[in-house]
Design a protein around this ligand. Sequence first.
Ligand code: GLV
Length: 329
Amino acid sequence: MKREMKRRILVTYNMFRTGYSELEKRYDVTFPPEGQESFTYDEVYEMLPEYDVLQSMFNFPVDRKLMERGLPRLQLISNYAVGFDNIDIPVATELGITVTNTPDPVIEPTADLAFGLMLAVARRIADVDRRLRTPDALNWTLLENLGLSLGGKTLGILGMGRIGQALARRACASNMNVIYHNRNRLDTRIEEKYNAVYTGFDELIRTSDFISINVPYSEETYHMIGREQIAMMKPAAILINTARGPIVDELALAEALKEKRIWGAGLDVFEFGDKVSPEILACENAVVTPHIGTQTYDVRNEMAEYVCRNIINFYEGGPVARVNNPAGR
Ligand code: GLV
């Protein structure tokens, strides 16, 4: 009797193994060798023709050259992220390759970080922490180190998907008013849940005390917050970005922060990836974190389980978080 070949899965990153246990029981799974954080693009390029599935991370570029190299065997790219701007989706669709993502496990941790950054900037947590550690850099008097309150302020959410709504829930708990702008207006039942008011884009920029970016990155959202939008913001506005860096014109933002034309910014993502502009780093009113929106022990494992479930269900049936629907798949 002919033995069926095990499906082969190529995982680009040496992630914790806990979430991969079901996948490893069923299929032949390759991780980078011990001690190597990640496969390089060139290594994946060499190996890919021997694999059915590529399990990529959000910072791993998957372009036409790589996908064509994977054919005819490559059927699925299971991306470890809700965002999939690292993958050329139209090309994947054209080549008949299904792409999946991990929307569920990222919602709460990303909203937690966005809310944490709001607090950190408004209450100057990072700024005073830095100065407290520096001899004679901080004055303890009651009228120094003043911040801004959240209660009673307006949070404008750009992109009221599930992360935006999870942030709205946190804002309601802090007695903030929520306004939002979205491609489509939400069902009134959802609006009522957060007391959220739908506004035009410009109105949100002009009237918000806090602005949180929660839209996906695409050509359409590149520099959605540019010089013109920053100029429209309130002088005490705080901008939060936990989505993708290039949505904001980083140098225009740095200028506004330096000149104190807005109060501050909380940034988990940067226009030029991990090359944070020195102009941003020089601003003490910016709180910066290294793309840690989902970086908790729990969520790393939950996302791993989710990418694996997408792969298992793709082959064996069950829900799959598809990003595209290539014909015939
Ligand atoms: C992280 O950035 C994600 O897209 O999940």
